[in-house]
Each structure stands twice: as structure tokens, then as C-alpha cells.
Write a protein that binds this ligand. Sequence first.
Ligand SMILES: Cc1cc2nc3c(=O)[nH]c(=O)nc-3n(C[C@H](O)[C@H](O)[C@H](O)COP(=O)(O)O)c2cc1C
Length: 388
Amino acid sequence: MPVITNINDLKRIYERRVPRMFFDYAESGSWTEQTFRENSSDFEQIRLRQRVAVDMTGRTTASQMIGQDVAMPVALAPVGLTGMQHADGEIKAARAAEEFGVPFTLSTMSINSIEEVAEAASKPFWFQLYTMKDEDYIRRLIQRAKDAKCSALVITLDLQILGQRHKDLKNGLSAPPKLTPATIANLMTKWTWGLQMLGAKRRNFGNIVGHVHGVSDTSQLGAWTAEQFDPALDWGKVEKLIEMWGGKVILKGILDAEDARMAAKLGADAIVVSNHGGRQLDGALSSIRMLPEIMDAVGNDVEVHLDSGIRSGQDVLKALALGAKGTMIGRAFVYGLGAMGQKGVTAALEVIQKELDTTMALCGERSVEALGRHNLLIPEDFGGRWQA
Ligand SMILES: Cc1cc2nc3c(=O)[nH]c(=O)nc-3n(C[C@H](O)[C@H](O)[C@H](O)COP(=O)(O)O)c2cc1C
């Protein structure tokens, strides 16, 4: 096993091992990728206050997210096609998460189905819902998540239509990959991935194929997905989904204080301040830059989580110190998964926890609950002077 000291080490191995089409799928933002880039670079603008001569024994990163105990407040975000980054990727990631003690979120657009993950996992996981026009399918999907004992429904609100990522169009992204001269040439250099994939439980969209009338293969599926995401989704429909689920709900994809207030009013258990990792509205501000304004608006009314751009435990600490109660990581765990399967996801979580713990100690804190704005040095114009 190579020595992994940071998330970028995993990314380098991931890039070598996984077909270009799936690496590009994860490593893209929409259009110019400005928001994708700024999600990470904005974290760098926030600096840390070093404190000394503070007893740092008995530290812990343990905390809670929506009332559930977590080893650190970092959940695995829902990531579509995770099972194309590594054979049985969703099962591998779910197992790594439960062993580590953090939540795993299964995407609607996963390869392994809800039932396959539930069978392989021994702890409840979260299920992420994309809202589709086919209400009967959504009702059945929600019932499947209930039957699988999922402990929270994560409703994603920022993808009623798909942001354009140029590379996916140019690569002809599909699952499994279509065999063209270019993909064959690339696959020839990814033998381990291919051999493992031959033994995978599944190579198509497990929550969809066989569950939606008329969808039996992925070529129909592409067209079906484009047609099916619900452009008419509004707060009224969100309220109905919350009622239909009847359990803990997390509303994901909030980037505006007004929307955060609406989400809190509907009684969500948490919101995720997120711009979908820069994959939807290019030109939107980064999640970390929007967090203070959203905390000011709803920090006392609803639990706030943040994702988009987190690549280290230091990034996690900055989000927590700004008031978030939890965070999610997308690409950071995908790099680990693509690099080394379950072990790689564990390695990603270990790296982040170690960075979080060490940074906490050097900031003079012993628990994540104690973190606050007093740990940070924030540029005066960080919130920006934007005119609406
Ligand atoms: C390859 C990829 C696929 C994703 N698929 C989904 C999805 O199916 N559902 C969803 O709600 N979010 C999806 N997201 C967004 C993530 O849940 C999360 O918001 C984002 O990855 C956070 O940014 P980060 O990758 O910089 O950590 C996806 C992100 C990536 C990178």
C-alpha cells in the first residue's frame, strides 16, 4: 500500500486507475468551472488562529449529525455512478463509512441499488432523492428507502435540470461505457478496473432499471433521465415529499439565505449549503463564502451542513468554525474509492480526521463543538460586496 499523506495522493492514483470518462465525470464543473475552482480556493482565503499552552489531551472529533453519533462530522455525499469508479463502489463506500462511523448517502443515480447496499451494510444509511415527474415511481422509490431502513432522506433541490459539463458530452458518458475506438484505447490501459468490473454485482442504474416501466437498458435510460427530472419542483412539492417520507429530512443544494429560510420553515432536520460541487450553476458563489450569511439567517432554526470544495480536515474545521454542524465530502471520497476501493475510502476518511484533529489541537481546541469564529482569521471582504 503506498504511503497516503493527503487527499491529492489518492487523486493521483485514482487518475491512473479509472477510465478517463469516469475521472472526467467526477473532476468537472459546469461550463467555465469558475464555481468548481472557487469552492476550493475560497477555503484557502480563510486562515487559522494558532493558540499555544492549551492542554490538548483528551481531544475528540466525535460529534452528532441530525442526532446521530458520528466519529467526525463528515458524511459521504451522494455521488451518482459511484459503482463505475470501482466495482460495487456504493457497497464499498458504505462499508468504509459504517466502519469509520460516518454517514453514507446513496444517490438515486447509484449503480448498486438501495436493496443491494442495505443487504451489504449493517447500519442504516441515508438515501438521496432526485425528484422526477413520474410520481408513482417516486412513491415506490421512497417506499424502497423506508423498507431498507434508511435513516434520512436527502432531497436534492439544485438539479431540476442538468448543468452542462463539457467533458461528459465529449466523452459520451454512459454506464457501462460504450465501446468506441477512443474508450477501447483508454480501457486497454485500465486492466485492473476492467477485471474488477467484470465481477461487479451490477453495471447499470440499480434504482431505476427494472423499476421504471420501459427502462431496461442504459441507452434508453439516458433519454429517460433527461426527460424525467422534474422541472416543476417547487416548495409545495418539497413539502409533500417531506410528508410522504415521514422521517428525518435533509434539504441539499441551498445557497441562498431566502431559500434557507424556506427550508427551515418546512421543518427540515438539516440543510446542506451546497452548489453541487460546482456542477450546476457556474458563476454561483462558493459554499464556504455563502455560509456566514446563511448561518446568520437560519443558524438558530435548523442544523446547517456544508459541502463543495472540501479536500482536507482543515477545510472541515473552517466550515465548522463558521457554524456548520456537519459537512459532506464528494470527490475526496471518490478519489479514494477509485484509487483503492474500500481501503481507499477509509484512507480518505483517515487523512481528513487526522488533519481535523491536529488542526483542532494547534488551534487550542479539544472538541468540534468548541470551534467557532474565534479560531479563524477571515479577510474583511470575504463575504464580498455583491449587489443583488
Ligand atoms: C461525480 C459526482 C456525482 C454526483 N452525483 C450526485 C447525485 O447523484 N446526487 C446529489 O445530490 N449530488 C451529487 N453530486 C454532488 C455531491 O453530492 C456533493 O454536493 C459535491 O460532490 C460536493 O462537492 P465536492 O465534490 O467538492 O466535495 C455529485 C458530485 C460528483 C462529483
